[in-house]
Every structure is written in C-alpha cells, then in structure tokens.
Design a protein around this ligand. Sequence first.
Ligand code: AMP
Ligand code: GLY
Length: 424
Amino acid sequence: MKVLVIGGGGREHALCWAIRRSARASEVVCAPGNGGIAQGSRCVQVDQKDIDDLLRVVAAEKPDLTVVGPELPLSLGLVDAMHGRGLKVFGPTRDAATLETSKSYAKRFMQRHTIPTPNYAVCESRQEAQDALAMFRLPVVIKADGLAAGKGVLICETKEQADQAIADLFSGQLLGEPEKTLVIEEHLTGEELSFLVLSDGKHAVPLVPAQDHKRIGEGDTGPNTGGMGVYSTDNMLDPAMRTWILERVAQKTIDGMAAEETPFVGVLYCGLMMTATGPQVLEFNARFGDPETQAILVRMESDLVEALEACVEGRLSDTEFRWKPGASACVVAASQGYPGSYESGKTISGLEEAARVPGVEVFHAGTTFDGESYRTAGGRVLGVTATGANLEEALQSVYQAMGRISFEGMVFRKDIGWRAVGKK
Ligand code: AMP
Ligand code: GLY
C-alpha cells in the first residue's frame, strides 16, 4: 500500500523509516519532508498551514493511508476533511485534537473525568487572572490556551513575573497574537514522563515510555525548546505504575472522549509529572512527540503500519506491541541560537560516518539536500538515535556518532539521560 506522511521534522523521518520497514507498505511519500527523508522516500511540496494545499497533495497522491505528524494540520481539520472524502487517515479529528489545541478544554475534561492534573484556573481577562493568581502559591505556571509551539508556558518564580506573564499574554507581546484565555496552574516538581498510547477510539495500547529534555541547557537549565533529547528504557517505569497510568490516565481519557462523542483515534501523548504523590497530567498532545518518536520507533518490533491501520479501522485489540528490550536514546543537534533566532544553510559533514556506528540511526529534522551536500534548515537539525542493551550503551553509541558530525554553530546537550544514568 502507499502511505503518505504529513510533516517534515525528525518525527516524520522516524515515521517514514519505520513505515518503510513494514511489510504492508510498498511506497512512502512525505509532504513536505526534509533532506534526510528525501533519501529514502519521495518528498512533495506542501504548505502545512494551508488546508487546501494539503488536500491538493492528498488528491494528487491518492494514498491508501495518510499519517499526520504535526498538530497544525490536525487543528485545521485535515482529518475531518479526509473522512468526508472517504479516505483513510491516522490522526484525531479537529474536535478530538482539542485535547492539545486548548489547554482550558483539556483541564476541564480532566476535571470532569477525575484524571489527575494540577489545580488550575481558567481566566478570560487580565482582571480575572490577577484575582485568580492570589489563590496560587509561588512558583506558579501560566499557560496560553492555544497552540504556541512550546513558547506558551511560563514558570513564574515571583509575583512580578506572573503579573508580567499575564500582561504579555493578553497584550500579544509574547506570542504575537493577544490571548483570549489563559490557564494558571499549580507548579509541580518531579521527573517528567512522556506516555504515548495508540488508540482506535476505544482501546489504548501503550508505546514504550520516554523522557524528554525540554530545556536548551545541560542540567535542565535555560529556556524551553521543542525537546533536545530523549531516552527510553525498560525499567524507567515499573509495571504497576505503568498499569496505573494506562488505566487511570490514558484509557480513562479515551473512554471520556468516546462518551462525549469526540472519539479519539490516533496517538494520545500524555505529558506527565511523576510527583511524590503520584503522576499528574501536565498536558496532552494529539500526535506523536518529537523527539520521543525517534527513540520509541527504533525500539518497536511490531509492524507500525499494521498498528496504525488497526487504529483507523477500529480494530486495535488490547494486545501489546512487541519491543526491543534494553534502551534507546536520541540526542538533538541544533543550530546555535535555537530556540531563539539562528542561521541556516550551514553544510553538515560526517553523516555517513555517524550512521556507521552500530545501532545508530541519524534522523533529519531541519535539513535540505542540494544534490551534493546536506545543509541546516531549522532550529533542530538532526536527531542522532541509537539502541543498546542498556541506557549507557545507547548513549555511548549516540555520542560516538555525534562526535563524527559537524556543522558551523552545532549545539547539543551532552547530558541526555542524566537523571537515569547510574540508576538501576
Ligand atoms: P506543557 O506544554 O503544558 O507540557 O508545558 C511545557 C513544559 O513546562 C513541561 O514539559 C514542563 O517542563 C513545564 N510545566 C508545565 N506545567 C507545569 C507544572 N504545572 N509544574 C511544573 N512544570 C510545568
Ligand atoms: N517533545 C515534546 C513534544 O513533542 O511536544
């Protein structure tokens, strides 16, 4: 069958890589793709912000199955429009994707369904936010309601910072567009965990867990990014806790969405904080994580296309997927300046040498290929990913491969997995 993947980041490179390994897929096309994806799959131009352009590509390619990577096409209603045309597509409808696209909707949903999440207030004016702020201890977390590409969450240590955050969000100073709604949330501490499940609208089947490193700086310092690196191991989540999260968070969310007549078909990404008193949901995403997907899919032994088709066709059973035991890690190489402004067009060298390290896959995120060389074309440029018998081994392979790659201004974190290394 012919599979079309929408998106052009590291996540989509990993998806195309896994789909190409499936016995079910005879052709993989990616729109718009990137320099690395283009080496194994045909890439076609598309403006991901334009629903008509996305539908034009779908009509031209006539895929048997479409997989939507990023949140933007979901929020534009790509899945709804494809359903209307009788086409098979993996991803939630616009209404189901509201779990990601509106934090106030997600918080109220969790409250209705008693899913553990930090205390919060939804505020629709500056005055309301100022009044609500008085009920929270510092530090406090202030979140824009809508999609903000990782820039809409502010952790405020002082009252002055919180006042400023409220003012900047409502005025449009922070995100360009003035926010109409924001969420004020209790600040929690603990380790974060990305718990992703596939769902056919009824059943939730988990992928292996992963931990992202969102801050740009080592030791988890500096501004938030889209994610600078991820690891996944067998023992990062004990079986009882895994069952608890699956039943009390993921399955409960899928059941709640079905009961509210917005069944969720696709990947539900539960962004958790593992606090001293148990897991709490910080956010939902309605899509695969980036770079979680890179570290998760290199461990997947089951056929990804079969799993995605089972979701779309409403026949995902509660059987578990098969996984490579041990560990995996993905470290992101970014352009100097990211998550702020950065330069592009730098020549990347050493990619072939890096890929020769056993167990390593180099996934491209922001790259182009000009026929001769790869060049940088984004903030996050590459996701060097490896599997290993344990985390130390996976990390050793990743950093050995990373040492062979260079481009002007290349930045990467040298401490991915630091909270876990040395732990049993
Ligand atoms: P979100 O987009 O809601 O996941 O927030 C982005 C990041 O901000 C999370 O991955 C956390 O690192 C941090 N964060 C969000 N909410 C909280 C919270 N209530 N307490 C502590 N950190 C938070
Ligand atoms: N890695 C975080 C995300 O995909 O949102």
